[in-house]
Design a protein around this ligand. Sequence first.
Ligand SMILES: [Mg+2]
Ligand SMILES: [Zn+2]
Length: 194
Amino acid sequence: MSLRPVVFLDRDGTMNDDVGYLSALSHLTLYPWAIDAVRLLNHAGYAVVVVTNQGGIGRKMIAPEFVGELHAEIARRLAAGGAHVDGWYYCPHHPEALIDELRVDCDCRKPKPGMALDAARDLGLDLARSWVIGDKWLDVQLAQRIGGRGVLVRTGWGRLEEAIRPDGQVVDAICDSLAGAVAHVLTADASDAR
Ligand SMILES: [Mg+2]
Ligand SMILES: [Zn+2]
């Protein structure tokens, strides 16, 4: 079986409004372009995998069972628009977690690569042909750790992040939104293939 190219998507601030700790379905607002953007990636043959830090679980601000409910709701809305996510991964850990088991220096909290490595093993992904799209530098840094390319979006925290770009931080592109980032991915890969 050949390995699939993949686009890893951050969730909060990239697919949906970042409302701080998203802990109720009523607070979920997908960006208006999110469904179309994911569907474009689906049709172009990319695996689409969500990787999200949910340290609010360890901090007792988000119920652990809520994450699955929320992802099911996002999946329903995507499906209504003909789009789908191939894998959902979250990190519940936090260095200041109130729950002892979750107050660990884990391998999955972005920019650490644990979630992407798990997804690559679970789904047969080609990390050398991977992208990470997110609204924080830690998303872009995840791309660097796994040998992929990173795109920063200006939604969510992105505009603030852009203003505090770390010295020497590389990034493949900075785009206004997930829609622009997906357009960048598709055109960059198409021109590489020529
Ligand atoms: Mg984010
Ligand atoms: Zn973790």
